[in-house]
Design a binder for this molecule. Sequence first.
Ligand code: F6P
Length: 539
Amino acid sequence: MKSPLTEQPYWKMLEKHAEEIKSTDLRSLFAADENRGKKMMLEAEGIYLDYAKHRITEKTLELLFELAKACGLEEKRAAMFSGEKINVTENRAVLHTALRAPVGEHIFVDGHDVVPDVHQVLGKMGEFARKIRQGEWKGHTGKPIKNIVNIGIGGSDLGPVMAYEALKYYSARNLHFRFVSNVDGSDFAEAVQDLQADETLFIISSKTFTTLETMANATTARKWTLSQLKDEKSIARHFVAVSTNEKAVTQFGIDPQNMFGFWDWVGGRYSMSSAIGLSTMLAIGPDHYHDMLKGFHAMDTHFKNAPLNKNIPVIMGLLGLWYNNFFDAQTQAVFPYDKYLHRFPAYLQQLTMESNGKHVTLDGKPTDYQTGPVYWGEPGTNGQHSFYQLIHQGTKLIPVDFIGFRESLNHLPPHQDYLIANMIAQGEALAFGKTADEVKAEGVAAPLVPHKVFEGNRPSSTFFLDKVSPENLGKLVAMYEHCVFVQGAVWDINPFDQMGVELGKVLAQNIIPELQDHGKALKHDSSTNALISFYRGTH
Ligand code: F6P
C-alpha cells in the first residue's frame, strides 16, 4: 500500500514532470530563456542565491511549492515557531529559534515565556566571557586562563568547533582553543600535551551530561588537572559545564554557579546558538556572538515570513527533495569556497543526517520513499583536485551547494579572484559540460574524445555572501536548519529525535566488560565473538 505522500496528487504530478525534465538538459533550458539566470535567483538577508543551474522549470517549482503546502509545511512551520510539541516521539517543543529571539519577544512552552530565560543565560555567559577575556578570572594558582578546552561530542562539539574555525579571524588570539570529542584517549592526550593545568579551563559541554565519551574525557581532564594542581578546590576554577542536567553536573563536582543551562526544547544538533556556544563566545567575544545570533534571527524571520517562492530555506529544501525523490540522488555535496568554513560540511552532516535519517513517518509507518540524503563536502578549491572528477564525469548525480564570499578576510590579491573564479567555473562546468563536437573542435584525437567529454546537466546552487562574519555564519546555519525542517515536513518524519544512535551505545556498554574481563563468556554472533577475542589476544 502506498503512503499518503506518494499518493499525493502533487507527488504524482512531480513524478510525471520529472520524466519531462529528464528528456531535456540545462543547455536547452538556458537556451530557451536568456534571462533564466536573472529569474532563478533570490536575494534576501544579504544572501544571493543562484538556483538557475538546477534541472527545473517554473512548473517544477510550482509543483514543489504546492506539494509542500499540501503536506502542511506552513502549518508545521507555525507550530514549530509557536512552541508546540512537534517533537512528538519525545513530547518536546522544538525552539532553537527562541535561542536567538530578541528581548521583548514572547515564546511560550507550557505557558512559560522562555525568552527571558534565554537572555538570562546569555547575560551570564557574557559576564563570564568578559572575565576570562580580560584575565579577571584567575586559575587556582592566580594565573589568568590562557587555554580553553571544550569537551563534548556531536552537537556539543561540532557546532563549537565549526564556529571557532569559521570565526577564528574574529577571535582573541591570546586565548588558545582546543576541542576534545572522541573517546579515543589520544584526542585528549594531544589536546593537552603542551598545556599547563593552572592556565587551562575545561568547558564540559553535554546536554544530558551522561554521554559516555564526554564523561570519560571529563573524568580524565579532572584527573589531569588534579595531577598537576593537587587540590580538589582547583576544579571550581578550571571546570565549567554547559548542560540541561544540573544534578549530574553537581555530582561530577562542578559548582552549579559555574554551569550554563539550556533546555530540553533545544536539540543537540540545534544547540550551537545556546550556551553550547560558550567557547564561541569566549573566542569572539559577546558583541560578535550577539551579531551571530542576529544573523540566526534574521534567517529565522525570513523563513517564518517570506512567501514560499521567495523563501531561501524552502527553495533549498525542496530542490534537495526534488533530486532525492525524483532523480534517485543519494548524496548532497556542500563546498564552501572559504577556508574558514572547512568544518562546515562536518557540522552539516550531523544537522542533516541525524535529523532526516529516518525510516518511518510521524505515526510510525515505514516510508515508501527516500528520506535524508548523505551530506558531505570539503572546502574549495581542495576538493577540485580530489573527488570533483566523479561529480563531473562519474555515473552518479550529485547536487552541489557552492558557498562563496565576495571578500576575503585576508586581503592577498590575487587569491580571492582565483578562488571565486574556480567556484563559479565549477558550477558552469557541471551545468554545461563539454560536448564531443566541442572536444573534437579542439583537435583532440578521436580515441580520446569520449574521455574528454563532460556530459554536463549536473545541478548546483550557489550562495554568495559579502564575507565570512558572525552574522553571516548565523544566517547560513539557520538556513540549513530550516532546509532540514522543510524536507522533514514533506517527508512526514520527525527531524528532532535520534533513536538510531541508541542501539550501538547499548551494545558497546555490553562489550566494555567483555574487553576488560577476559574470562567473561561471549554470547554474541560468531563474527562479533571473534573480534572481541582478537582484541583480548585470545583468538
Ligand atoms: O548520540 C547522539 C547524541 O545524542 C547527539 O544527538 C548529541 O548531539 C550528542 O549525542 C551529544 O549529546 P550530549 O550533548 O547529551 O552529550
